[in-house]
Ligand binder design. Structure first.
Ligand code: SAM
Length: 202
């Protein structure tokens, strides 16, 4: 069985190798991120967490949504991804923190929403980690699990076939969220977008 630190080492090695050219590999994703952020229902002054923020591609639209009076926090486990975020100037749009979503350095109910792009497939303990995200969100707050490409297209890109045990399949994700303190409110899985929205029940 892998230990937590083995899990982290694997993820950090994987993304450290990809950090420098992460943004140039996907140069046209900006509008898709902005459209997904718009679905979180953020308003001026809100506090939002980008969980697994990577190079911070979502930080500019998140900042635009909450305005100067809001709070934008990007958390990631891989130092190289956060360094790439700083080099790209994304720290102007949000505060960057090196942390594991399994143990966030945040008070309970301290944010209004969580945006998580490309994250859950990399989590070794998704139920526990989604529960930790629910801990830091206020009742009525929202979660967006996003990917700028749908499940089938992503599997094809990696030369894989989709299997029924895929975590992000609607039939698996809905109960996973329900067991982790969330209620799934919408689910879209198209070629050019995966977006599952959930709310933390009041
Ligand atoms: C596929 S990348 C997506 C990055 C960014 N959200 C984007 O859309 O460009 C996944 C990111 O999640 C981070 N990550 C994976 N597991 C994590 C964890 N347990 N806690 C925090 N970040 C994690 C990785 O370091 C990586 O930067």
């Amino acid at each position: 069985m892998r230990s937590m630190s083995d899990d982290h080492t694997h993820v950090q090695e994987f993304f450290t190798a990809r950090a420098a050219d992460w943004d140039s590999r996907f140069p046209d994703d900006g509008p898709a991120y902005a459209a997904a952020v718009a679905e979180l229902g953020l308003v001026e002054g809100d506090r939002v967490l980008d969980a697994g923020c990577g190079t911070g591609r979502a930080l500019p639209p998140l900042r635009a949504a909450v305005g100067v009076s809001g709070v934008v926090l990007g958390v990631d486990l891989t130092p190289a991804m956060l360094e790439a975020a700083r080099r790209a100037g994304r720290d102007r749009d949000g505060r960057l923190l090196l942390a594991d979503v399994a143990a966030l350095p945040l008070r309970p109910e301290s944010v209004d929403a969580v945006f998580a792009a490309g994250l859950i497939a990399h989590l070794p303990h998704p139920a526990d980690d989604l529960r930790e995200l629910a801990r830091v969100v206020r009742p009525g707050g929202t979660l967006a699990l996003f990917h700028p490409i749908g499940r089938a297209a992503l599997a094809a890109r990696h030369g894989r076939r989709l299997t029924t045990d895929d975590l992000r399949a609607e039939a698996n994700l809905k109960p996973l969220l329900a067991g982790s303190g969330w209620r799934m409110t919408s689910y879209v899985d198209q070629d050019d977008r995966f977006l599952a929205l959930a709310v933390r029940p009041s």
